[in-house]
Design a protein around this ligand. Structure first.
Ligand SMILES: Cc1cc2nc3c(=O)[nH]c(=O)nc-3n(C[C@H](O)[C@H](O)[C@H](O)COP(=O)(O)OP(=O)(O)OC[C@H]3O[C@@H](n4cnc5c(N)ncnc54)[C@H](O)[C@@H]3O)c2cc1C
Ligand SMILES: NC(=O)c1ccc[n+]([C@@H]2O[C@H](COP(=O)([O-])OP(=O)(O)OC[C@H]3O[C@@H](n4cnc5c(N)ncnc54)[C@H](O)[C@@H]3O)[C@@H](O)[C@H]2O)c1
Length: 467
């Protein structure tokens, strides 16, 4: 097919993830001809199979935890049960509402949504195969790659044959696994383990590192480990899985080495939560002149430009930290650069929150990172119970801590493990972003009794400056 038979667009986006969809909607609203190619999940992973559905299920599990604790709150609830198909239905309803929202945004903005699988057939030229078997060829003045990542199922013997659940299937369960074995003690492993435990599943977490979420400070990982043990979750860190037998959903056996001993774990279900791989193979990047990194991400500079002119890459596939809010910031970067600005990823804040209950949230430096860099700091740390709100809720577990400059007053980092930790990030982030002193938070009047009030206690305990 010749170039002339290709349909011409101002903007073609491959993958309808976070940044790409906003770029297309924005361009189309500005009167530019924009198309988004999506093979399966309209709006990307977040609303369909990742953040929002997982937090929906996790909230049902939170409600279940209240039933477990009913007597503590003075409520008699002798007869209750989890109806997993109804838990799933609640989630599906939300996802369906989000889909409608996305379709409306496409319709209102004028951006064209093309359902199908796309791959480059030349510089800035993409061929799309539709589910009906049709083929279209699109040529974009500008092209954005936004293809995301997928769950990694490693080459442990027997693992692939066991058809382990990934987050996608785990969020679609309509019955409670009798015994769920979870590979990986990172974000997905921990969020989903706790939820499944609260629904009544026996849960065993196998993590190859010596600690859960091993990049965090030791006090944080210890607190998380303690939480999991208290909830009745078996946690085996420092565990090397050697092989797997059976089939997830029926019976599965995991063979592993733990503390120098061979161990065998029998379960009914297996969840692979051992990291993610970028969706960058088989999409013709080589014919488009787009290079990839050693880890398989699209190679981009700090403006998110690839190695090919007028082709940009955004979100997980570009190696941006794997969070939806970072995907959204990638949108802002590309949008502003297209408008003649010079916005970059350099030095941007990367806040995050793991939605265990309670949550673990962090922005900026941890103690571990500060020590690795040889950076000195003043440390303030208070128990979560310092925020009196936690006592009214019966949720006093955890702590918050902040690293402050030794000789100045700027906040270098903030970590909270406790109820509402994710929301506590916001005021701290704003102070950090504005370069304001920690005393701004210490001296603010926060409403009583709310969680931010705890920041007064935290920042009131910063040791005196090193002189
Ligand atoms: C279970 C889970 C929970 C999470 N929870 C959170 C959370 O609470 N908070 C948070 O910030 N982050 C969370 N994340 C991470 C977050 O979901 C990702 O960082 C984010 O969705 C990545 O967005 P993206 O735009 O880069 O890619 P995606 O949203 O994955 O979009 C890529 C799209 O491209 C499509 N695609 C790929 N290849 C092609 C092709 N060849 N042709 C056509 N279409 C294609 C895919 O179908 C997909 O829809 C979670 C992730 C998981 C898995
Ligand atoms: N709340 C959130 O923001 C949220 C929630 C879920 C996912 N995410 C994003 O998605 C990413 C992927 O999540 P994830 O949990 O798949 O990855 P992860 O990188 O967070 O955790 C994977 C864990 O699996 C362990 N592991 C790897 N191979 C193993 C093996 N063979 N046996 C045992 N353990 C093994 C790793 O040591 C690691 O601790 C996260 O890093 C995060 O960026 C974010």
């Amino acid at each position: 097919m010749s170039i002339s038979s290709r349909e011409e667009y101002d903007l073609v986006v491959l993958g309808s993830g976070e940044a790409g969809k906003y770029l297309a909607w924005t361009a189309a609203k500005q009167g530019r001809r924009a198309a988004v190619i999506e093979r399966q999940y309209i709006g990307g992973s977040c609303p369909n199979i990742a953040c929002l559905p997982s937090k929906n299920i996790i909230h049902s599990a939170k409600v279940a935890s209240y039933f477990h604790r009913a007597a503590e709150f003075g409520i008699r609830a002798p007869d209750w049960e989890i109806a997993m198909e109804a838990v799933r239905e609640r989630k599906r309803k939300m996802v369906s509402g989000l889909l409608d929202m996305h379709l409306e945004n496409f319709q209102k903005s004028g951006a064209e949504l093309i359902l199908g699988t796309g791959r480059f057939i030349g510089p800035k030229a993409i061929e799309v195969k539709t589910p009906e078997g049709d083929t279209r060829q699109l040529l974009g003045k500008q092209v954005v790659i936004n293809t995301g990542t997928r769950a990694r199922v490693d080459d442990t013997p027997g693992l692939a044959e066991a058809s382990p659940l990934t987050h996608i299937e785990a969020l679609e369960l309509d019955s409670i696994p009798k015994h769920l074995i979870v590979l990986g003690g990172g974000y997905i492993g921990l969020e989903l383990s706790q939820a499944m435990r609260r629904f009544g599943s026996r849960v065993t977490v196998l993590e190859r590192n010596e600690r859960l979420v091993h990049s965090e400070d030791d006090d944080v990982t210890e607190a998380l480990h303690g939480l999991f043990l208290d909830e009745g979750i078996e946690v085996l860190t420092g565990t090397h899985v050697t092989n797997v037998e059976g089939r997830s959903g029926q019976a599965v056996t995991v063979y592993a080495e733990h503390s120098g001993k061979k161990i065998t774990i029998h379960g009914t279900h297996l969840l692979a939560a051992t990291g993610r791989l970028p969706n960058t193979e088989g999409i013709g990047l080589e014919v488009a002149g787009v290079d990839v990194t050693e880890r398989g991400h699209v190679k981009v500079n700090e403006r998110l430009e690839t190695t090919a002119p007028d082709i940009w890459a955004v979100g997980d596939c570009a190696g941006s930290p794997y969070f939806t809010h970072i995907g959204y910031d990638d949108f802002r970067i590309v949008r502003d650069n297209w408008a003649g600005g010079n916005r970059t990823t350099t030095g941007r804040q990367v806040p995050y929150c793991m939605f265990t209950d309670p949550e673990l949230a962090r922005v900026g430096l941890s103690e571990k990172e500060a020590k690795a860099r040889g950076a000195s700091y003043r440390l303030a740390k208070v128990p979560m119970a310092a925020a009196l709100r936690t006592r009214t809720l019966g949720e006093t577990r955890g702590f918050m801590k902040a690293l402050v400059e030794p000789e100045g007053d700027r906040i270098l980092g903030f970590t909270a493990f406790g109820t509402g930790a994710g929301d506590l990030l916001a005021p701290v982030q704003i102070v950090m972003q504005a370069g304001l002193p920690f005393t701004t938070l210490r001296d603010t009047i926060f409403t009583h009794p709310t969680m931010p009030e705890g920041l007064i206690a935290l920042f009131g305990s910063v040791p005196a400056r090193v002189t």
